[in-house]
Ligand binder design. Sequence first.
Ligand SMILES: C[S@@+](CC[C@H](N)C(=O)[O-])C[C@H]1O[C@@H](n2cnc3c(N)ncnc32)[C@H](O)[C@@H]1O
Length: 230
Amino acid sequence: MTEKNKNYWQSYFDKKAKEEDNIYKRVGFVSEKNTELVRNTVRSYVGKPVGKKIMDAGCGDGMVLSHLAQDNEIDGYDFSKNMLKLAAEQGLNPIYSDLTNPDLPFENYDIAISVEAVTLLPDPIQTLIKIAQSVKPNGVAVFSVLNKFSIIRGIASLIYKYALKKTLPQKVSYFELKACMAKEGFSLESATFVYWLPGIYLNSSASRFTTLKLLFANNIIFKFRKNENQ
Ligand SMILES: C[S@@+](CC[C@H](N)C(=O)[O-])C[C@H]1O[C@@H](n2cnc3c(N)ncnc32)[C@H](O)[C@@H]1O
């Protein structure tokens, strides 16, 4: 993230946290139903832990895991101070951190999540790996990212780039993330493809992987587990 980009996104999220009442628009999401599909999948992958140490990287207002805050210790990392204030109200421990170059504790957490936060960074996969390295052996890392192979996102990126002279957030390759995480000692336990077009919202497990699923999914949610013997 260039300094200009970083300042832009920091003020964008600071302003949203302060002025936007809609809980979806507040964290920059366009579609309410899509956001709920993503969040519910992330929540089901995290389960109902008790007494665990959890990290939410790019936590925004903390709503994704707020239901677990009473029974667990959740550190919320973000670079928007106003978002962190909202996250603290949800029971998260607010930690100011720039995920472009995060200084995260090694093997400190039982569970780490990051939902649609690294898409604004220059190298999303490198950041996801750093987040994953903070998970203990046998711990879990759950990531929600924009699908690099989505046809719809591809067309939108072209329109933005050539007609509007703007860039859309970064997308992540299913294959590249899986391969990079394997090198770090993580196995892919589950993945879900999320589809949405106006009026159509669907979730589909990647257990029966098909190219068609990959081409039409807007978001992908991954659940990785760190191997015990790492
Ligand atoms: C799209 S919102 C998602 C928030 C939350 N994960 C959720 O799903 O509701 C992205 C969040 O990432 C944070 N963020 C973006 N770039 C960041 C960076 N470089 N360092 C730390 N936080 C960042 C923003 O402040 C914002 O709160």
